[in-house]
Design a protein around this ligand. Structure first.
Ligand code: FES
Length: 65
């Protein structure tokens, strides 16, 4: 498992998500999303690398009056 990232599993794989849909991959190594931010869930699309904006970001300190 990659810290804060996907689980790497040996392929080929067949994954069934909560909605009952079966997803398949024939790759030798498959990155399975563990953060649930992937747009290709259940497969990792590297969205886990994006920073989560915190309330301390400069934009949150702007005065919008
Ligand atoms: S683990 Fe990579 S997008 Fe979720």
């Amino acid at each position: 498992m990659v810290p804060n990232g996907p689980m790497l599993v040996e392929g080929p794989v067949e994954l069934v998500t909560d909605d009952g849909v079966t997803h398949t991959s024939d790759r030798f190594v498959v990155a399975v999303c563990a953060c649930r931010r992937s747009k290709r869930y259940p497969f990792c699309d590297t969205s886990h690398r994006k920073r989560v904006r915190s309330d301390d970001s400069p934009a949150s300190h702007e005065d919008n009056r």
